[in-house]
Design a protein around this ligand. Sequence first.
Ligand SMILES: Nc1nc2c(c(=O)[nH]1)N[C@H]1C(S)=C(S)[C@@H](COP(=O)(O)OP(=O)(O)OC[C@H]3O[C@@H](n4cnc5c(=O)[nH]c(N)nc54)[C@H](O)[C@@H]3O)O[C@H]1N2
Ligand SMILES: Nc1nc2c(c(=O)[nH]1)N[C@H]1C(S)=C(S)[C@@H](COP(=O)(O)OP(=O)(O)OC[C@H]3O[C@@H](n4cnc5c(=O)[nH]c(N)nc54)[C@H](O)[C@@H]3O)O[C@H]1N2
Ligand SMILES: [Mo]
Length: 769
Amino acid sequence: MTRTGPTDDIDEADVTVSAPKSKAAGLTAVLVSMRRSLEQMGAVRTARSLARVNQHNGFDCPGCAWPEPLGHRRPAEFCENGAKAVAEEATLREVTPEFFAAHSVAELADKSGYWLGQQGRLTRPMVLRSGATHYTPIEWDDAYRLIADELLALDSPDRAVFYTSGRTSNETAFLYQLLVRSFGTNNLPDCSNMCHESSGTALTASIGIGKGSVSIDDVAHADLILIAGQNPGTNHPRMLSTLEAAKANGAKIIAINPLPETGLRGFRDPQTVKGVVGSGIEIADEFLQIRLGGDMALFQGLGRLLIEAEDRAPGTVLDRAFIDKYCAGFDAYADHLRAVDMDTVLEATGLSRTQLDDTAAALIASQRTVTCWAMGLTQHTHAVATIEEATNLLLLRGMIGKPGAGVCPVRGHSNVQGDRTMGIFEKMPESFLAALETEFGISSPRRHGLDTVDSIKAMRDGRARVFMAMGGNFVSATPDTEVTEAALRNCSLTVQVSTKLNRSHVVPGAQALILPTLGRTDLDIRGGTKQHVSVEDSMSMVHLSTGRLTPVSDQLRSEVAIVCELAEALLGSDHRVPWARFAVDYDRVRDSISRVVPGCTDYNVRVRERNGFLLPHPPRDSREFVTDTGKANFAVNDLTWVPTPAGKLILQTMRSHDQYNTTIYGLDDRYRGVKGGRQVLLVNAEDIAELGFHDGDHVDIVSEWRNGDALQERRVKNFRIVAYSTPKGNAAAYYPETNPLVPLDHVAKKSNTPVSKAVVVRLEPAGSP
Ligand SMILES: Nc1nc2c(c(=O)[nH]1)N[C@H]1C(S)=C(S)[C@@H](COP(=O)(O)OP(=O)(O)OC[C@H]3O[C@@H](n4cnc5c(=O)[nH]c(N)nc54)[C@H](O)[C@@H]3O)O[C@H]1N2
Ligand SMILES: Nc1nc2c(c(=O)[nH]1)N[C@H]1C(S)=C(S)[C@@H](COP(=O)(O)OP(=O)(O)OC[C@H]3O[C@@H](n4cnc5c(=O)[nH]c(N)nc54)[C@H](O)[C@@H]3O)O[C@H]1N2
Ligand SMILES: [Mo]
């Protein structure tokens, strides 16, 4: 174990490239988990923490939102990347006041996010005073006073922005939105705005609720699973065990992805002897190597094939009974699809007619279809329409609200879904705001607030002056890094409630605060008793999470305590909300949740049940669709896709196997064969030749964005070209290094999500002016 972080930063010259792997997980995954855990936490904490991940009475893995199995849990209910997430949080490395005294903010701003994160856990509240070069320690009460004074000096509560990342517990999220609304604004942007917002928007319009309709058992018992725009081997590794179970039950799996992601190809379950010493299993039966942004065309093309098959043999393909009873808009949809041009579909997808026919045949043969997706669908201009089209296909065959079938948006952050349920949303429905007022006697504003992209614009333009973040790394996670950095520097105060150092701490407003907080793994004692928090997974199961490790510093406060103490400083100790009581007894918070949040009756009791409890989902539970028509809506969308302009490439920005969003665990994207660095650009070999480059060349990547008449350019420098299997015209590189290329104005229609998976770029030899 090493108690200090590395002193050297990344040297991109060290990058090496080898052939991608064909099987995910296996023994290497176990060895990597153990090495990283021991390095960061030592043997005792490794044993204490990993034994409790995702166990009853344990803590929820701070990795992804894939649910735990309902029945038998295995002794190790976590994966390589979950272990890395735990090690990253439970590290014994510390960032102390001495560290901040030794490094100026300017010096830290020159470091990579990787270097910053590896320095360890934040241990003391720190302040950067106006004009100061270094952060210095501050007492908690003084920090709250500073925030309250800045907020109260604003001419309107709407001049402040309150961001949330998706690790925040339900209790914190509920109190945080209550604080923000009591203060008088709905400016509650969150990471979801950059993540599954498109899924929520599409599903709400189509089926009346923005959440997935399946359980883990449904996935395990489906006979056909489509996995589109998702890399589960890296980002949801425990999903592979569920997919393995589905395969054992006879399921066919079709992967739809521009990249032949390793986890979709093969899997060796590290928890079985066979998985460690054997050759593992194949996951995907079919791999549709689709062009970036081609999914809407695929779903429409498949819809057309289904409707034609039904026209040829009426009553054999579509679930007419389901459509007639539960759906609206079928005729308009069917007419629209009959006119879809199949040549355009083939061009947009890059797939063959046989692949389309075979996939349509698989859909027709299936009795239980599940469609899973993640960022490959949600981060496009036509993301909402694409997800509506994916849903249309399921509606055609009655695949919603029956066992083994449904929609499965696979969430990212471990509690991003719960945060939304608890009210983290710039436009919560009237019913929620009214219930909040009844419970607390506060008055909540009704004007919709700012989401993430609009918050950046407001700060850029001086319309918002105070920025507070409950977790996350706003500067690195958001698009258009240069613009976002300037926007934050434009604020009078930036406040980051954080566990680890990140780039958002070194891009401060005129004044800045770092408030160190407990993480999921940390023991949280308040009012003399051990406190629990609760979370909701990707499939609407809500359960408790209890940290058990001794915090690295006695100066850390829980997120709940921070919100309550700040609320008292801001709203006064005689405020109608019992902040002081909430701060020491989270059961009282849950009592209020049970009265305000739909589906949470008896929260304290049910959340303590063995597997927690399932939130209601009308389509899943009773085929009830609470939409504008009272039925499930077939959506009609004009076909949109992403052609590659001559001489350019379409770039997707994605995760390596060794990072958690902006937290870089290491420099080893093992499955894709890239090690030692992150500035790589995966390009189709034919494109490399046509553009006049060679594998291994270094290039600057220049994005092109037309804003009205003006052509805007954005540049990142010195990326190594790697010849890789990706459709012609499409390229891939890592986030967040390529976020400077994503234009702030390039967003998905209706969801306002940045288009991180389709950036138009050209390449120039590195070192071009
Ligand atoms: N270890 C680890 N786990 C994580 C995270 C992490 O960073 N590390 N992040 C968490 C979060 S917040 C999230 S949201 C999820 C993200 O999980 P993913 O969505 O799997 O993450 P990405 O790396 O963005 O991968 C997008 C995938 O979609 C494919 N893709 C890109 N564009 C398209 C397209 O146009 N069509 C299709 N069909 N496919 C496309 C890419 O090739 C890639 O396989 O993971 C969560 N879990
Ligand atoms: N180009 C591009 N941009 C993207 C994406 C992409 O695919 N491409 N993906 C988008 C997606 S899907 C997402 S979800 C966002 C992620 O956006 P964020 O959620 O803002 O980013 P993270 O990197 O997950 O945040 C990491 C930081 O959270 C803090 N942290 C960790 N645990 C805790 C905790 O328990 N409490 C508190 N208070 N702080 C904690 C640590 O200080 C750490 O540095 O990025 C988005 N940005
Ligand atoms: Mo996400």
